[in-house]
Design a protein around this ligand. Structure first.
Ligand SMILES: [Zn+2]
Ligand SMILES: [Zn+2]
Length: 371
């Protein structure tokens, strides 16, 4: 099959012929219809993702498609079922899963973040040597083999080249609002960084009933869209952090209840803390390199919280159907987030477009017969 491969951090993605083996027990083979290009894919191309252990790698982790083949033991899915591939699939059996915290699963299933099956194997190979799917998905390819627990069956007749973005941008952004912060009606919110995830935070805050949703970004076009999606105030980001903090406090003098940092910048996390009211919280969604330390003001931390956010603490079978219901009921906008679409053969152009970061989501269309 054709797949967008990454071999190193200088040459960018290349289209190659990759061998995919049959799904084993508990696994499924998905024929991919479309894949979003997430900021993390772009970071991976530049060697800036935290999970780049195994190379070469098939890019993509926002995939939707149809079931092509099911492995032994799977009776609830059949060929042709439309599905979204979730970024991870908890084991359901380990101590943390049993305590209800499935998003912190400690089972070997979590090896999928490095592109491995629980036993360390992979179903992909390139010229006889193993290849690995990015975060266990590898959706910029004609097919993907994933475990059943990563599959969310969706209603038929929905556009798979839109639904694909629910796999990461939407689950992370909405999960940060609903699961991590638990934003309640009447809350005040600032969102620092208005890409795909930030826009999802804005929509989540609107749906949760926040009365002030302050969008902060450098790009005026993104602020226009943020207003369309539910931001009540839009601020053009300044290089001077004190100006950003003062601008937020002009709108909410005591500070916001929640600041969501969606860039992955230590300086912006510090600004978020200074924008936050006593009793409030900063949710760190943007990914700071894992080896680095973040300095925080002890006086601010005395009565505020800094919350980590692992992909929105989402449980795939709960989050993705909820997102699709909100979309179908008109309360969540998805079509507005999808920008240019490129066929898989134009993978390099797709990444160049994503790199410009003008579109909220660039989408790679892989099988037009499924769209
Ligand atoms: Zn992503
Ligand atoms: Zn588990």
């Amino acid at each position: 099959m054709r797949a967008a491969m990454l071999h190193d951090f200088t040459r960018g993605p290349v289209l190659e012929d990759v061998t995919v083996s049959a799904p084993r027990a508990g696994e499924v083979l998905v024929r991919i219809a479309a894949s979003g290009v997430c900021g993390s894919d772009v970071h991976a191309v530049h060697g800036k993702a935290n999970v780049l252990k195994n190379m070469p790698m098939v890019l993509g982790h926002e995939g939707a498609g149809v079931i092509e083949e099911v492995g032994e033991g799977i009776t609830d899915l059949k060929r042709g079922d439309p599905v979204v591939i979730a970024m991870y699939g908890p084991c359901g059996l380990c101590g943390t899963c049993s305590s209800g915290k499935l998003h912190f699963c400690e089972g070997p299933e979590m090896r999928s973040v490095y592109g491995e099956m629980p036993d360390g194997s992979t179903r992909l190979s390139l010229n006889g040597t193993p290849a690995y799917p990015f975060v266990g998905v590898g959706s910029m390819a004609e097919y993907a083999v994933v475990r059943r627990s990563m599959i969310v069956k969706v209603k038929p007749d929905l556009p798979l080249d839109t639904l694909c973005i629910t796999a990461c941008a939407l689950t992370t952004g909405l999960g940060a609002v609903f699961n991590v912060a638990d934003v309640r009606p009447g809350a005040t919110v600032a969102v620092i960084g208005c890409g795909g995830v930030g826009m999802s935070v804005i929509q989540g805050a609107r749906i949760a009933g926040a009365t002030r949703v302050i969008a902060i970004d450098r790009n005026p076009a993104k602020l226009d869209l943020a207003a369309n999606l539910g931001a009540t105030h839009c601020l053009t980001a300044s290089d001077d952090g004190a100006e950003n903090i003062a601008a937020v406090k002009q709108i909410v003098p005591r500070g916001v209840d929640y600041a969501f940092e969606v860039v992955g910048s230590k300086a912006l996390i510090q600004q978020g803390l200074a924008m936050t009211a006593r009793g409030g919280a900063v949710v760190m969604i943007g990914v700071v390199p894992w080896g680095e330390d973040i300095a925080v003001n002890a006086g601010l931390m005395f009565d505020r919280r800094l919350l980590g956010c692992l992909g929105g603490h989402n449980i795939p079978g709960r989050e993705i159907p909820r997102i699709i219901d909100l979309y179908q009921s008109g309360r969540l906008k998805l079509d507005e987030l999808v920008g240019h679409k490129y066929p898989l053969t134009d993978i390099r152009e797709a990444f160049a477009n994503a790199e410009k970061a003008e579109d909220i989501r660039t989408v790679v269309t892989i099988d037009p017969r499924l769209l």
